[in-house]
Design a protein around this ligand. Sequence first.
Ligand code: PLP
Length: 498
Amino acid sequence: MTKAPSGTKPGLEITLDPEDWAAFRRFAHDALDRSIDYIEGVRGRPPWQPMPKAAMEALSTPVPQDGKPVEEVFGEFQQNIFPYPLGNIHPRHWGWVNGSGTPEGIVAEMLAATMNSNLTGHDQAPVWVEMQVIGWFRELFDFPSRAGGILVSGGTMANLTALQTARTAKAGFDVRSEGLSSNKAGRYTIYGSTETHYCITKSVDLLGFGKKAYRAIPVCDDFTIDLKALKKQIVADKTAGFTPMVIVGNAGTVNTGAVDPLEELAEIARAHNMWFHVDGAFGAVAYFSDKLRPRLKGLPLADSIAFDLHKWLYQPYGLGCVLVKSAQALSDAFSFEANYFRPLAGGVSNGPMTFNDIGIEHSRRFRALAFWFSMKTQGLEKFKALFEQNVAQAAYLGSLIEGSGSLELLAPVGLNVVAFRYNPGGLSENDLDNLNRLLLIEIQNRGIAVPSATTLDGRFCLRAAIVNHRSRREDFEVLAQALKEIGDELKKKGGWAA
Ligand SMILES: *Cc1c(COP(=O)(O)O)cnc(C)c1O
């Protein structure tokens, strides 16, 4: 006879639900209260602090064999996890391109977890919420009604999804059945600027083109793609027997926020029968603002747009979207026949949409709810005003840097991104690199602000990407002041020259 697992009595099955719902309710209310305190008080804490060794050790323990009360686990969370975030919810976090999230997002994520729906498709309200959100984006990006889209975990997945769609549409044969090793396959090439996010090359690699198929075209002084060089490369590749397939334009490069000339790129793509994709991970949404729209002229000419909701739309991680001009092209690229997933004439299967037929994932979380809540609560006008506020803040930081005497911009301020360094004069490029590296670490370690770093034209620089709805003008004054003071202090101290 087999022995029943411990805790099991005949007729009394075990479950993960609490025995005492009232106690669970008290814990859950407490956790929500602490979460709200955490957000409300974020400005009073440093943006970032290093994790102490004790916390790391507490997070490196063996598998717990037996459970303990949830309050006790929550205590550990509060001690070892809660105080040590990346800090992107803080008003002075401008590192990489990290979104700040929303208070309503906390609740929406909780409600989505409560429903715990699986968004493959089927007849359920969460499917309608996602379709609603995609419909809003179709409208906001001036895409036609035949356009389709899907929510994904982020910009990388959105770009990968778009490039698989492009590959299927432009291969010229049934590439999904026969693969790129078929003798019908051309030697396909994909084009974008040297400033394009690495996830495009990653996608090119994953889709089997080989990384060398990505043609990194040089940029102009403003870090936008050099159109002449692009045209030349396409013609040269054609002559050499390649088949140019996709042009990737940037609506906001990660380094400097540069926006490629999208209208011209669309024209070149059309002339060569290529797919025109736009990586607008953070920048694309600026198109919603009447004021900023002229900077993204031509965006609706794209065959596909990849963008994030967890960056400049301020939504919780991980939330991105891909929008494709032709919904048919999207389903051509992903549809599969699965005998366990055929719709019936009624019942649960009879849904309006099967998302697993237009994307990579099968099981999918209820991603749309946070944005649905946010858009309904705040309204489009609020988002537009926030984009304009962030762009104005970038310009303001740029002016503080230019007016400071010992700081300088290393690129024109593009949309909401500022690239800069401390340069008091009289130092070699090499010394400036070393000094600015130390300066960045000090600014972060002292809990002042979190800009991040990049390299532009071979020079180390600090950068602030402002996708933060909590930042105020005074926060940028704090940064500019600290850069000057700590820069001077480090310069005087010396010891940084390699
Ligand atoms: C962030 C970013 C990506 C990648 O998006 P994830 O959401 O981080 O996967 C791609 N392109 C650009 C321009 C980005 O800023």
